[in-house]
Write a protein that binds this ligand. Sequence first.
Ligand code: ATP
Ligand code: RIB
Length: 298
Amino acid sequence: MKILNFGSFCIDHVYRVPHFVRPAETLPSLSYTVFAGGKGFNQSLAIARAGGTVAHAGSVGEGGEWLVQRLETAGVDVSRVVKSAKPTGHAVIQLNPSGENAIVLFAGANRSITREQIDLGLTDFGAGDLLLLQNEISEPAYLVQLALGKGMRVVMNPAPMDPVAQSLPLEQLSMIIVNEVEAFDLTGETSPELILDRLAQRMPQGDVVLTLGSQGAMWRSATHRLHIPAINVDVVDTTGAGDTFTGYLIASLAAGLPPDAAMGRAVVAAGLSVTQAGAADSIPDAATVDRVLAGSAV
Ligand code: ATP
Ligand code: RIB
């Protein structure tokens, strides 16, 4: 099974702030750092750091080449990344003292991806292969339909949530990975058990994964019900925790781990990621994750 992640690249401009800026307020930042990011980029890097093999398709503009090189250096196949006349996507991220973020996203090249580029990107993939996608690129509905038509398994992380992501055919997906905010938008529910019930009803053949921040993560499928608690850590920056989780989960399942072991690995990796600054920069390598896992009760 080959894995294709069709996803975004972003340059993250991160400002540490005493509190999130209020309407009409001008707020001096405590620091400013530029990081690599974008949900697609982060998830491909997480798959690679977890020891998995992934091809990444997407688009960058002028000045985004370093992001592509970063993926290539990590062992990701970047031959399906195209250059756009639009600027590289970027994010303006406020980071508060609790490690929480508030993000303004400029899609740029990420939303300049055309159906023709999607056709080309999927050329070498077919039945049994896996498409991973988030909701930061253009034409996600077309991408999903094309992949399903080829017999690919589709894993969706519908983040950030919007009406397009809400209208995707959940019942045809192999897996959905959502946090509580996305889950509420899809189901109207806030209780984890009710969220899982509603999503499982819509995806009777699929796997539903719900991340719960410091409460860990849950999995529901026809055969499994799991709740893996989070590890106890000092939080520095939660940006990219969900991406680290998703990349580790997909790589671990692709390596043949059963759901409980794959979820345990993803929860530990994501927990470690929140102890470091940056989205992509905070993704731990497999040796670190497996060492912590071996010494923990997870
Ligand atoms: P983000 O948008 O910040 O990347 P998310 O909202 O998509 O993250 P979360 O549910 O917040 O996703 O976190 C994903 C996973 O990261 C959790 O399931 C958990 O394993 C880990 N995690 C997040 N926050 C913490 C924390 N405070 N302590 C330990 N682990 C955490
Ligand atoms: O999930 C974290 C990512 O979301 C950041 O890297 C930022 O680029 C935004 O896309």
